[in-house]
Structure formats: structure tokens, C-alpha cells
Write a protein that binds this ligand. Structure first.
Ligand code: BES
Ligand code: ZN
Length: 457
């Protein structure tokens, strides 16, 4: 037996170069031209888990990208089991021209490693692989049983894992799930996310004439689908951010006084947060605080509009068909399917007969809330204290990790979100990065968590 923390410390250079190798694989799950790369990333991760000393390493084929599973189950009778989840897929890197260095050629600058996926999620899941490896190398055993399940479709909705979970309850059974796919406030201020928003993502198509028409010959007599789409979008939300879809708020669980008090204590530096965004002013429902609006209130946002002529110079045309992509972030107890239905009904009710709408595609995931009093939460608090030197704050996160709600729903399992990212990591944006001191502390936090949980559970 030696000290896993010292062992991890002695391996930092190797850990970093292995992380960089992982980051060189462009596993963009949503772009078919990267399907082969995404498969390479899965295989690479499986090999890494085997090398770390994990057993039963499997690449599980799905209708989409493979799942990677591995376990180590020799902690002895009565020992709890921890299911560690992460994703090896990344968001598209576009627009490439805004990257200072190419997205899949990781570089280290000022203690950050820059690459697509560095923080979301390759660097963060890597910290757990290395935490487990250090424990196994130093002690020859783990203090708890551990299972890894790593998916390759999180960034495109997670459909394959969603289908897998209800059919493999025994394989995935554990006392708690541990996920690092979120951010803490600063290197000095760790945070535990106890709530995530859900999502309902949709495509909206508006069509009118059979082909693009001359806007002089037909304008004024034919409704322009692009104008109609703009009208529809304008009627989804008022100027203060209230969503106008009838029934949309019916199932929103009201914030309790206790929760409002917890959120009120959250040390968000609003000026710094605004500066990071680059926007001229904060915005949103005036009857809620900024922290509440960012994590505990639902939203509706348009992500893209395609339509009409956007090339150089002018073109006087009524476009035949136009498209929008949009999503609603959901809170407990909104149901993504029901929201989709309410949205569809409302959009049909406000669409004039002069155009046609179709609502399709997309994906949905429920929101989740974890009880912050459970033993695993205490273990995470202790792990952060030991690795980061400071008591973590509790927060609700505005982003979504679809699997967390599914673990709750199908496995009756709570998830501890032990984030290692920083708010300035630029996830989903150009120049994504991961703060290396957080990577190393994250490895230590992973070790501390597993040790603490063994004695608390
Ligand atoms: N890591 C993020 C979730 C997240 C974002 C946590 C911000 C904390 C802060 C995750 O990879 C993600 O981006 N999820 C998607 C899910 C969607 C595509 C279903 C999201 O939130 O947009
Ligand atoms: Zn993401």
C-alpha cells in the first residue's frame, strides 16, 4: 500500500500527455463525417480503462455511437457501488476561424489545455479514470465497487444511452452515480450542482409557395414564410422573457422558501458574469433573481434560423421554405413530451392559413434535482474540501445532462455532480479550455470521494 495521492502526483506528466492524445480525436457525435473518429475515441477510452486496471471492459454497440463500460467489483460484501458517468463525444468545433489554435491540436498555455472537449467532457471524465487508476496502482484495490459508463452521444441528445438504461438495470445498478460534467465557481471556490435543467429541442419548418417567388410580382399577395416564422417566434415569449405557450408553467414546481434562501446566498459576481458574456445588460423575468433565472426557471431560445437569400448583395425573393431550431430548458416537474405537445398545439393555433408549419425532430430530457443531504453529497463536500481546500457551495445549473434524470427515473439512483470545469472554459464555444490545476485536483477529489464514500455509505 502506498499513497494514491502521491502516486497521482508523480504521474502528472503522463496523465497530461494521455489527455492530449484523447483530445486529438475529433469525436463530434452530431456530424456524420466524424463517425469514424467517434468510434476511435470509444476504442481508445476502452483501452485506457483496461490499462488503468479496470475489468469487464466492453464497447457496447448501439443504434448510434458505442457505449464504453468497465468495472471493478472486488471491494467486498457490504461495500457500496459508484457508477461513474461521462461522455467522450464533443460539440462541433465550428466556427473554426475563431480558434487561436486548431481545435483538435491541443496546446498548453498559461496552465490551460486548449482543445474542443477539453472541459466538456474529456478532461473531466479523465480525472476519474486517473483517480481510479491511482488507487488501483497504489493500493491494488478500490475502497468501493466502481462501474464506468461513458457515452458518445451526450452532445446530440443521448438517445442510445436513454434506450439502454431501462434494459440494463442490473448492469448499471449502483448506490450512487458520480458525474463531473459541470463547472465550479473558481479554482478557489468549488461548487456542487444539485439541480439541472431538462430540455425539449425542436425543429420548426414554415413553408408557403412551391418555389421562391419574385417579391415584386407576388409580394403583398402571398405570405412570406420568413416573415410568418418571425411572427410565430415573436409570439412565443414576451419582452420580459415570460413564455406565452398556454399551460407551459403548469407543472413548474414552485421554489420553496428554503431553496430561495440557498440560491440567494450563492456568491455570483453579477458584473463579472456579465462581462464574461460580453452582452450590454442582463435580462429576464423581473420577478426572479439572476441566479434563479439561470438555474431554476425554464427558458425558450431560438438557436438558428435558415431561410431566404443570405449571399452577397440583394435578392428580391419570397423564400419557399424556412427553418428554425429552438429549445426550451425545463425545470422539475415539467415533462419534455408534454411540453412538446403544448408547443405544437400553440404554434398551430397561431399559424395563419397562408403558410404551413411542421414541427419535428429534436430530443428531450427531464430536469433533475438531487437531495443535497444524502451521504454521497457529504462525501463530495469532503472531497472538495480536501482537494480544493474550501467548502463547496450548492447551486442549480442551467445546462442539461440528460442521463441524470434517466438514472433517477429508471434506476432510482441519485447523482452527485462533482464539476471540475470553470465558468470561463468556453464550452461549446471557440477556444474551449480546461484549467490544469483543476484536472490534478480533480484526480485527487475523485480519490477522496471514493475513500470517503466507503466510510459514509
Ligand atoms: N456539460 C454540459 C452540461 C453543462 C453545461 C453543465 C453548462 C454545466 C454547465 C453538457 O455536455 C451539455 O452541453 N449538455 C447539453 C445537452 C443537450 C444537448 C441535450 C446542453 O445542456 O445543451
Ligand atoms: Zn456539452
Amino acid at each position: 500500500m502506498s499513497d494514491p495521492i502521491l502516486y497521482a502526483h508523480s504521474q502528472r506528466e503522463r496523465y497530461l500527455s494521455e489527455l492530449q492524445a484523447f483530445l486529438r480525436i475529433p469525436s463530434v457525435s452530431t456530424q456524420p463525417e466524424h463517425d469514424a473518429d467517434t468510434a476511435v475515441a470509444a476504442q481508445w477510452l476502452a483501452d485506457l480503462l483496461r490499462a488503468a486496471g479496470l475489468e469487464n471492459v466492453q464497447l457496447i454497440p448501439t443504434a448510434g455511437h458505442p457505449l464504453v463500460y468497465a468495472d471493478w467489483l472486488h471491494a467486498g460484501s457490504g461495500a457500496p457501488t459508484v457508477l461513474i458517468y461521462g461522455h467522450y463525444d464533443v460539440q462541433p468545433a465550428e466556427p473554426f476561424e475563431l480558434w487561436y489554435t486548431p481545435p483538435f491540436e491541443p496546446v498548453v498555455r498559461d496552465e490551460y489545455v486548449y482543445a474542443r472537449g477539453a472541459s466538456d467532457n474529456k478532461g473531466q471524465i479523465f480525472a476519474h479514470v486517473k483517480g481510479v487508476e491511482a488507487l488501483l496502482q497504489a493500493n491494488g484495490r478500490l475502497p468501493v465497487n466502481v462501474k464506468f459508463i461513458v457515452e458518445g452521444e451526450e452532445e446530440s441528445g443521448g438517445a442510445s444511452l436513454a434506450a439502454f438504461i431501462p434494459q440494463h438495470k442490473t448492469m448499471l445498478a449502483a448506490n450512487v452515480a458520480l458525474v463531473s460534467d459541470s463547472a465550479i465557481l473558481s479554482p478557489e471556490q468549488p461548487a456542487i450542482v444539485y439541480g439541472l435543467r431538462g430540455i425539449c429541442y425542436l425543429y420548426l419548418d414554415v413553408t408557403g409557395p412551391a418555389r421562391d417567388l419574385h417579391s415584386g410580382s407576388f409580394g403583398g399577395g402571398i405570405n412570406n414564410p420568413l416573415n410568418a416564422l418571425a411572427h410565430i417566434i415573436a409570439r412565443l415569449k414576451d419582452e420580459e422573457g415570460h413564455i406565452l405557450i398556454p399551460g407551459f408553467y403548469d407543472r413548474v414546481r414552485p421554489l420553496s422558501a428554503e431553496e430561495r434562501a440557498i440560491l440567494a446566498q450563492f456568491p455570483l459576481d453579477e458584473a463579472a458574469w456579465l462581462a464574461e458574456s460580453g452582452a450590454p445588460q442582463a435580462w429576464g423575468e423581473p420577478e426572479y433573481t439572476l441566479v434563479e433565472r439561470l438555474g431554476a426557471r425554464p427558458t425558450l431560445d431560438v438557436h438558428g434560423i435558415i431561410g431566404g437569400y443570405t449571399g452577397p448583395g440583394g435578392k428580391t425573393v419570397l423564400p419557399a421554405s424556412v427553418h428554425a431550431k429552438l429549445s426550451m430548458r425545463l425545470v422539475p416537474d415539467q415533462d419534455p413530451e408534454e411540453i412538446r405537445h403544448l408547443f405544437t398545439q400553440y404554434v398551430h393555433s397561431i399559424t395563419p392559413p397562408s403558410v404551413r408549419v411542421t414541427i419535428s425532430g429534436g430530443h428531450g430530457a427531464p430536469a433533475s434535482i438531487t437531495d443535497y443531504r444524502i451521504p454521497a453529497m457529504q462525501a463530495a463536500r469532503a472531497a472538495y474540501r480536501e482537494a480544493f481546500g474550501r467548502e463547496p457551495v450548492l447551486m442549480r445549473e442551467g445546462g442539461s445532462i440528460p442521463v441524470v434524470g434517466q438514472f433517477q427515473q429508471h434506476l432510482g439512483m441519485e447523482t452527485v455532480l462533482m464539476g471540475l470545469g470553470l465558468p470561463g472554459d468556453r464550452i461549446h464555444s471557440p477556444n474551449e479550455r480546461f484549467y490544469l490545476p483543476n484536472f490534478y485536483r480533480g484526480i485527487e477529489a475523485s480519490i477522496h470521494f471514493l475513500q470517503r464514500y466507503a466510510s459514509l455509505a
